[in-house]
Design a protein around this ligand. Structure first.
Ligand code: HSE
Length: 324
């Protein structure tokens, strides 16, 4: 496992309390690394991390683990970099070239290099999965590839950023100003390291790129998405919308046959299925066979994101692992 922040620690704590038949043979973060072929002592590592100590040996880097570690599957949960996708993209490429499966929660490499990474995985006969990159706990990728198999997806609409949704909810419910609501969101730890990515719609646009490229096998880039954030929304605008039994939500929308791909604040009726509160995410897929389906769930959080990562790991273990 590369990265031992919120998501990595969530995965470790789940594996400590549930026997899922998985062994973590190495962990590395930006400060140190640890390799134990018979399994890392997760309780010890968690205790050291929470105490502010290094988790392992400062002489072992993430790249050492990726290149020399003994593992079947790389769990790549290091911090995201949306400009360069590095160093995560290099870790993923390296693991694939060693014939290892990869599960990532990292938006950078998937948004920027999905086609290339998929091709590499295919040519090395390994799986690349990234459920946790969008909509946290909602298993939307599994739904798309299994439950909705045989459907054509016509459009998608979603609330893909928990921080913006939390801010809009607090402004409507409590009459907070944008700045007050943003301060609360930051305290909750859902916001990105740089919250401008959240409030300017960029995080939602990144997720829209990942979903669109997955569903329609396109090569959409972040620059192709028309983006407006919520940072100009005033308490007055929200109050006026509430008077009309409507509210404002940051909606990500892709309708390929109309050339629409955008993230914008929208006025929507309060009883609309996409009006979810707080840090929840929601996504509506409109399909030819199943009609419209809306999924709602936690869009972030340590254990919730771990749920998505673990779902991917077990999917690979049960279907593709040696001897499965
Ligand atoms: N900052 C993101 C959000 C976290 O607010 O939705 C999950 O990607």
């Amino acid at each position: 496992m590369i990265g031992f922040g919120t998501v990595g620690q969530g995965i470790a704590s789940v594996l400590m309390r549930k026997d899922l038949g998985l062994t973590i043979t190495a962990i590395a973060d930006s400060r140190s690394g640890l390799m134990r072929d018979d399994g890392v002592d997760l309780a010890g590592v968690l205790e050291r991390k929470r105490g502010g100590f290094v988790v392992g040996d400062v002489g072992i880097s993430p790249m050492d683990v990726v290149k020399r570690g003994e593992y079947d599957l790389l769990v790549e949960v290091s911090p995201t970099n949306i400009q360069t996708a590095e160093p995560a993209a290099t870790f993923i490429r390296e693991a694939i070239s060693r014939g290892k499966h990869v599960v990532s929660s990292n938006k950078g490499p998937i948004a920027l290099h999905l086609k290339e990474l998929r091709r590499a995985a295919l040519s090395h006969g390994v799986q690349l999965r990234y459920e946790a990159t969008v909509c946290g706990a909602i298993p939307i990728m599994h739904v798309l590839e299994e439950g909705l198999r045989g459907n054509s997806v016509k459009s998608l609409h979603g609330v893909l950023n928990g921080t913006s949704n939390f801010i809009l909810t607090r402004m409507a419910e409590e009459g907070l100003t944008y700045d007050q609501a943003l301060a609360e969101a930051r305290e909750m730890g859902v916001a990105e390291a740089d919250p401008t990515y959240d409030v300017k719609g960029i995080d939602a646009a990144i997720k829209l790129v990942i979903l669109s490229n997955t569903i329609w096998e396109t090569d959409l880039r972040l620059e192709d998405v028309v983006v407006t954030g919520i940072d100009q929304i005033t308490p007055d605008a929200i109050r006026l919308s509430e008077d009309e039994d409507a509210t404002i939500r940051l909606i990500a929308e892709a309708i390929p046959e109309r050339g629409i791909c955008r993230v914008t604040p929208r006025l929507i009726p309060r009883n609309h299925p996409l009006v979810v509160n707080g840090t929840l995410n929601a996504i509506t897929l409109t399909t030819d066979l199943a009609g419209a389906l809306t999924f709602v769930g936690k869009g972030a959080g340590s254990i919730e994101t771990a749920s998505a990562v673990i779902g991917d790991i077990l999917h690979i273990k049960e279907r593709y692992a040696r001897g499965a």
